[in-house]
Design a protein around this ligand. Structure first.
Ligand SMILES: Nc1nc2c(ncn2[C@@H]2O[C@H](COP(=O)(O)OP(=O)(O)OP(=O)(O)O)[C@@H](O)[C@H]2O)c(=O)[nH]1
Length: 307
């Protein structure tokens, strides 16, 4: 009897530094017509998965990994969860993995490369063009950023003024000479603002001597406390030298409305929260150290004050 061979499942990995626009790109893929039997896997860095709530796709086809796993342990966790998913579900027609902003997509891609049931279709890296040079040069996050760029087949650049494109492309090519480079030109989110390339954030009062790979810290808040937007905004700005990402849903003081907070690349945006939980759920990600601990304390104090 001839053996029937199933075609391997194509796997797309979406990587890119914290807050560069991976979920936004994924939603564009979905809006563009993703096959209905695709499985989406989202790996958020933090113990609350915010991304899953922001993905506009069938809930049962979105798998969340939000156990705070970091780039160094992700491979094992993801491989196990993938194997489990393929055992218990109808085989998906495609798999799209949104990596966390600190993961090395090469490690994730390797899982697809070595599996007979999977076929690595594409590794996409989303790049915030207005911050890329700052990220690449940063002694603390530069390695992670470069690993993400190197691993990509396609580099998708957003937030870059068109006139900066050629010079930027030459610069970007040194990290990955072969990838296809695409620019985000259409459907830019409403909060978009074209920033001049590379405006370094102000230096913080603390300096980190070592830049240990994956030395990230995250904490989250959840509950019914309302938070004062202006006071939180002041804190985010004051600690942007160690705070790389904040996101989530927030009960706003005093109205009690839920809003979506997005803080990345030193920019803060408030957006209406469409499919929000009815409570505050915020995640903060930054570089471990005294200064990030001070930030955490200040945020928790803010919460106490709000009671
Ligand atoms: N101007 C502009 N803003 C964007 C673009 N893509 C995403 N953003 C904004 O960047 C912020 C972060 O976007 P996300 O898509 O959540 O980023 P992410 O990479 O998934 O974030 P993490 O998973 O936390 O690393 C949001 O405020 C988005 O609206 C873009 O192409 N242009």
């Amino acid at each position: 009897m001839p053996t029937i061979k199933c075609a391997p499942i194509p796997v797309t990995v979406i990587g890119g530094f914290l807050g560069t626009g991976k979920t936004t790109y994924l939603n564009r893929l979905i809006q563009g017509g993703l096959r209905p039997d695709a499985l989406i896997i989202v790996n958020d860095f933090g113990d609350i998965n915010i991304d899953a709530a922001l993905i506009e796709y069938r809930d049962d086809n979105v798998m969340q990994l939000s156990n705070g796993c970091i780039c160094c342990t992700l491979g094992g966790t993801l491989a196990e969860q993938l194997a489990e998913a393929l055992r218990i579900r109808t085989e998906p027609g495609a798999i799209i993995i949104e990596a966390s902003g600190v993961a090395n997509p090469a490690r994730i891609a390797d899982i697809a490369r070595v599996s007979r049931r999977l076929h690595l279709a594409e590794v996409v890296c989303i790049i915030d063009g207005s911050r890329a040079q700052q990220h690449a040069a940063d002694p603390l996050v530069g390695d992670a950023w470069r690993d993400q760029v190197k691993a990509a087949d396609t580099l998708r650049v957003n937030r870059l003024a068109p006139h900066g494109t050629r010079e930027f492309e030459q610069w970007l090519r040194q990290f990955n000479p072969h990838a296809l480079i695409q620019y985000e030109t259409e459907g830019t989110p409403a909060d978009a603002s074209l920033q001049p390339p590379i405006s370094p954030s102000p230096p913080g009062p603390i300096s980190h001597h070592a830049a240990p790979h994956g030395h990230w810290h995250t904490f989250s808040l959840s509950g019914q406390e309302k938070i004062d937007k202006a006071r939180l905004a002041t804190l985010l700005e004051a600690y942007q030298d160690v705070l790389f990402r904040a996101k989530g849903f927030m009960l706003v003081e005093p109205s009690g409305d839920i809003e979506l907070l997005q803080f990345s690349g030193g920019r803060l945006h408030w957006q209406p929260a469409l499919h929000a939980p009815k409570e505050t759920r915020l995640v903060f990600i930054g570089l471990s150290g005294e200064r990030f601990s001070a930030f955490e304390q200040a945020v928790r104090l803010l919460l106490k004050d709000s009671l």
